[in-house]
Ligand binder design. Structure first.
Ligand code: MET
Ligand SMILES: [Zn+2]
Ligand SMILES: [Zn+2]
Length: 408
């Protein structure tokens, strides 16, 4: 599809580009502007709008399209409003201008992760409302802050609040990842983020000496053990074509800290690791493994967790799950190929699943390179619009799932 001039641009694309220009970029997102944007959109669409301040300055905006049968549980469409930082010098276009090139690619931070999805939800609801539809189940759209830094001042708090329980969510959709092939990836579980800092203490002294028991030597041993484990998991993934990235445990060494001068042996050094633990791992045994690598390195080597998710959940992807049945039926009817996978990263879906709500991670972008968090993050307007079509089919099906035992 070739690009149209601005006067011919699809209004859904225009709204998408407007949202992309709001600078909700970490570490200082302009959440006020995002909330105002959704309030205004709610007004235009005739949707209920509720603001829940889960922490000072951290507002969850809830837009609601009531269903015809209030006894049924609702459909929750979640998206986060924050985006990750940019390295502006590596971008072909200003990442907050939402520039559209002559082919129709829209360049912006958040184009894939996940401002596209927020607008696709809204535009699908708009279309269905304009066509005069009503569905039995209520549809709530939640726009949440803070996901990109862990969701601790966003969804993690929101799911504990009475306002969340009052939504009576029976099923949720949240973000997925683009797929470069013709297929669409859908995520039914997630790896658990474990952020681990290993601190090593040892003998300080003059750096000209062969000092024994130094912090660096012991830290080196732990780093070796963990990177050997990384290599093992990588080989396991490489050698088995049936395994996807989310099915093995990954780890990266992301920070090294310590030292004051070239010629002073420091008494303390630390290494930080980002583990993503596969859902089928025995968590207790895995933690013991980490502890034993530290112990094997010598005295004075300890670890602490900056993040340690312990509640991985799996949403069934067979017809025993009526939500999956409805979701996959629509995709089949639309001739979309689905690739069910475990999310390699972490999303707010982990909090939603942990309070007992089945959830899928889905960002309808096929034939699209995976550019989330990358330079030149972009999405073709035709792929974006196709996503609106997909939600326009998914929402009626999900919001019409007949009464379930869990609804009463
Ligand atoms: C682990 S906190 C979540 C932040 C981000 N979504 C990630 O997966 O890294
Ligand atoms: Zn995201
Ligand atoms: Zn992200």
């Amino acid at each position: 599809m070739t690009s149209k001039g601005p006067e011919e641009e699809h209004p859904s694309v225009t709204l998408f580009r407007q949202y992309l220009r709001i600078r909700t970029v970490q570490p200082k997102p302009d959440y006020g502007a995002a909330v105002a944007f959704f309030e205004e959109t709610a007004r235009q669409l005739g949707l209920g709008c509720q603001k829940v301040e889960v922490a000072p300055g951290y507002v969850v905006t809830v837009l609601t399209w009531p269903g015809t049968n209030p006894t049924l549980s609702s459909i929750l469409l979640n998206s986060h409003t924050d985006v990750v930082p940019v390295f502006k010098e590596h971008w072909s276009h200003d990442p907050f201008e939402a520039f559209k090139d002559s082919e129709g690619y829209i360049y912006a931070r958040g184009a894939q992760d996940m401002k596209c999805v927020s607008i696709q939800y809204l535009e699908a609801v708009r279309r269905l409302k304009v066509e005069g539809h009503r569905f039995p189940r209520t549809i709530h759209m939640t726009f949440v802050p803070d996901e990109e830094v862990g969701g601790h001042q966003g969804m993690e708090l929101f799911v504990q609040r009475p306002e969340f329980h009052a939504l009576r969510a029976g099923f949720a959709l949240d973000e997925g990842i683009a797929n470069p092939t013709d297929a669409f990836t859908v995520f039914y579980s997630e790896r658990s983020p474990w952020w681990v800092r290993v601190t090593s203490t040892g003998r300080p002294g003059h750096a000209s000496r062969f000092m024994e028991d130094t912090a660096a030597e012991k830290l080196h041993k732990v780093v070796n053990s963990i990177l050997a484990f990384r290599e093992k998991e990588w080989q396991r993934l490489q050698s088995n074509p049936h395994l996807k990235e989310g099915s093995v445990t990954s780890v990266n060494l992301t920070k090294l800290e310590g030292g004051v001068a070239y010629n002073v042996i420091p008494a303390t050094m630390s290494a930080s690791f980002d583990f993503r633990v596969a859902p089928d791992v025995d968590f207790k045994a895995f933690e013991e493994q980490l502890q034993s690598w530290c112990q094997a390195a010598g005295e004075g080597v300890t670890l602490e967790f900056a993040q340690k998710w312990m509640h991985p959940q799996v949403t069934p992807t067979d017809d025993s799950n009526p939500w999956w049945a409805a979701f996959s039926r629509v995709c089949k009817d639309m001739n979309l190929t689905l690739e069910p996978e475990i999310m390699p990263a972490a999303t707010d879906n982990r909090y939603i699943r942990a309070v007992g709500v089945p959830a899928l991670g889905f960002s309808p972008m096929n034939r699209t390179p995976v550019l989330l968090h990358d330079h030149d993050e972009r999405l073709h307007e035709a792929v974006f619009l196709r996503g609106v079509d997909i939600y326009t089919r998914l929402l009626p099906a999900l919001a019409s799932v007949p009464a379930l035992p869990s609804d009463s």
